[in-house]
Write a protein that binds this ligand. Structure first.
Ligand SMILES: [Mg+2]
Length: 279
């Protein structure tokens, strides 16, 4: 029994950032060990490790940008034969986990036992050290060579414009200027910002890691409805909408908790397990 307690205490020490409140009794030490290890950071650790370390994640980004290039070429070829010249062409792209990799921020939250907060996020953005995702810079510069402009429509806050511009420039993204960055002011709904581009441009493609990067018609509170909406519009994926994988966060996760992230780690762990399909 003594050995068990020692192991439990040392585990608590390792996860002390999220376990401080409950280490008064032997029973609590053991309970909290489970809570922190299984339901807290481990859930995020797996997703972040996959995103950062798996060669498969890298391959998926290369694959998707290679595919986007093919779609772009096909689209431009068709346009060449149109007699009447239309508006100039543009691509609308999300930034986070579409072209910039913020997984180190996630890794920091995990190692510190913290959750997303505006302050820590802004601190990360101000470091301007997010790296370009595989294939993203090449694709964007290819589109530029073909005469297509890129608009970065992001839900980063407008206060984050300056450091983001510097970060994009550092990573050699084209169109890193204020005209081409449309950030969140009042609402996370990107429709108005997309429409402001559509007024003057023929938008030939949308890139994102979240369905709402494409259209608000995908905005639903639960994952069944979200999945049904994708089935309904399945022909748009790979033709107009190009999507990237994000196992770390997104509207899919929000929907699991019915929009309530304030639940404890233990409660959220329970909900996640209950939500899994067992058949
Ligand atoms: Mg994103």
């Amino acid at each position: 029994m003594k050995k068990v307690v020692i192991i439990a205490i040392s585990t608590v020490f390792a996860f002390s950032s999220c376990c401080d409140k409950e280490k008064n009794t032997e029973e609590n030490v053991i309970v909290k060990k489970d809570t922190c290890n299984v339901s807290g950071s481990e859930y995020q650790t797996g997703a972040t490790l996959w995103f950062q370390k798996s060669a498969e994640a890298k391959a998926v980004y290369y694959q998707t940008f290679n595919f986007a290039k093919r779609v772009l070429n096909e689209r431009l070829k068709k346009e060449k034969f149109k007699i009447r010249k239309k508006k100039p062409k543009a691509i609308i792209a999300d930034i986070d986990e579409t072209v910039l990799n913020n997984s180190p921020y996630n890794a920091r939250l995990i190692s510190e036992g913290k959750h997303f907060e505006k302050e820590s996020w802004s601190k990360w953005v101000n470091e301007k050290t997010a790296k370009a995702l595989p294939g993203s810079v090449e694709f964007m510069n290819y589109a530029k060579e073909k005469g297509v402009e890129i608009f970065y429509v992001s839900n980063r806050s407008i206060e984050n414009i300056e450091p983001t511009l510097e970060n994009l420039k550092k990573e050699k993204f084209p169109f890193a200027d204020k005209k081409h960055l449309l950030f969140k002011d009042q609402t996370s709904d990107k429709t108005e910002r997309r429409d402001s581009v559509l007024k003057n441009y023929d938008v030939i493609m949308y890139l994102g890691d979240n369905l709402r990067d494409f259209d608000e018609k995908f905005k639903y509170e639960d994952n069944t409805a979200r999945n049904d909406s994708v089935t309904k519009y399945k022909d748009l994926f790979g033709t107009e909408f190009i999507i990237f994988p994000n196992p770390m966060y997104g509207e899919w996760e929000k929907a699991i908790y019915k929009g309530d992230f304030s639940k404890s780690d233990t409660e959220k762990h329970k909900i996640r397990v209950e939500t899994l399909n067992k058949n």
